[in-house]
Design a protein around this ligand. Sequence first.
Ligand code: CXF
Ligand code: ZN
Length: 374
Amino acid sequence: MSKNTTQIRAAVAREKGGPFSIETLTLDAPRRDEVLVRVVATGLCHTDMVARDQSYPVPHPIVLGHEGAGIVESVGADVLKVAPGDSVVLTFLTCGRCKPCRLGRMAHCEKTFPLCFGGARLDGSTATLDGQGEKVHDHFFGQSSFATYALANERNVVKVSSDVPLERLGPLGCGIQTGAGAVMNALNVRPGTSFASFGAGAVGYSAIMAARAVGATTIVAIDIVPSRLEMAKELGATHAINSKQTNPVEAIRDITGGGVDYSLETSGNPSVLHQAIEALGSLGTCGIVGAEPLGTEVSFDVNTLMIQGKGIRGILEGESVPDIFIPQLIELNAQGRFPFEKLMKFYSLDQINQAAQDSEKGVTIKPVIRLLAA
Ligand code: CXF
Ligand code: ZN
């Protein structure tokens, strides 16, 4: 029998662009299809900042956080997938009923936006109250895991082996699977081919490590920060281009003898997306994972695209089937073939604003907030 409510410590986004405030809140017990998770650690993703700043319309006040990992505390009556004590990674929530979900392509679930950014369950209900008894929005990506406990759904908990350090695993639920899955699932990068990541951040590095793991033989990193390019080489890039100094399209054409087989735009900058398309060789495909401001349009030469058989495609969450893909990434990591822990720096919950600043300044690639001691 589970308790009716749990007292939690959480980071609350109350003001657009403002700092997170650390508060004690009350969280309801799980509904029939929900899972209460004691959060061990949660990654901080650029999308948390986008939501904090309301660049996407997210209701405030809200508990953000969507790269959580932890231990199942209790489960609702209908939950079969996990049991109390299980180790889980939390990932994006999907409806399970729309066409993309039924095709097993749930990253493009038609209800992604209301489920992940609605600040409530789909029926509009929330489960969190602040110290004054006022409603705090939650269920961000079906988790709101900048908190000592998170309410997830059976659909977005991924059971993982208990012998892997859980505090490293949360970012697999978003940023890491976004980059790795773009390469392994969506673009399906083949051995012996060429790949270019426009942007060397958490997503770009995950893509570069994945490109190496699948056997791409030319791996190009493009960024404007020298230290990031150095790190890209450590992680598997064969070439690094500082696009402040060198035209990346010309450099990529030189390196590859005409253009790259696969490019990935991770920066969210429309002029960089244009370069990522221009850098493609015949039959090449450009994947888009960098979130641009709503309404952004980018032009391309239609005839070149058509005549050379090039493709451009949007990719969310690495087109991952998380229950399958996340354990695969954990195994690749255990074998030393996907060393994502190199991206991480750990912070306490009280340091979350510092973590956000460090991430925005590029000092930290993947901040991870530890919650166990909070
Ligand atoms: C985001 C990526 C940009 C569109 C919305 C979902 N995923 C995770 O951070
Ligand atoms: Zn994210």
